[in-house]
Ligand binder design. Structure first.
Ligand code: HEC
Length: 126
């Protein structure tokens, strides 16, 4: 027989894991909404972008790499070889930015750690 205290501790751990998984799912769901509303016109719903116009985010090493420059690009925008990536700092809050960057790092077969609003706040100042 498993002692009652052990059962209790196990139950608490399992429900904590469950909550975490649920939070991840909610984050990615919000990220998908933000993406469809604000990003998919250019980068397209399938993340493949458009050749010579909008970069693909699917299978993109930059998107999957160090999250700081990815956050900077989304927060502050960027003008590059392909043109203008708009800045989102005025339009999206920290939670929405964490969600959409988490989404592009985990959609279309992409796999990279998700982000939290606390990761976004310090990048706004750069
Ligand atoms: C009006 C079109 C447009 C919209 C809308 C747009 N982007 Fe972009 N995005 C671009 C362009 C153009 C570039 C490439 C800029 C360059 O040449 O450096 C880019 C670059 C990027 C990059 C860097 C890719 C790389 O390989 O360096 C990321 C990440 C990105 N966009 C994410 C997003 C997200 C997330 C959203 C929505 C919140 C979004 N974009 C909305 C046009 C757009």
């Amino acid at each position: 027989m498993i002692p009652l205290t052990t059962m209790l501790i196990l139950t608490i751990i399992l429900s904590a894991i469950g909550t975490q998984a649920q939070e991840q799912q909610q984050l990615l769901q919000l990220g998908q909404e933000v993406y469809e509303n604000h990003c998919s016109d250019c980068h397209r719903s399938n993340g493949e972008g458009l050749p010579v116009k909008f970069p693909a985010l699917k299978g993109n090493a930059f998107v999957l790499g160090d999250p700081k420059p990815v956050l900077d690009t989304v927060i502050h925008g960027r003008t590059g070889k392909l043109g203008q990536m708009p800045a989102w700092k005025e339009f999206l809050d920290n939670n929405q930015i964490a969600a959409v960057v988490s989404y592009i790092r985990n959609a279309w077969g992409n796999k990279a750690p998700t982000l939290r609003p606390e990761d976004v706040a310090p990048r706004r100042k750069n």
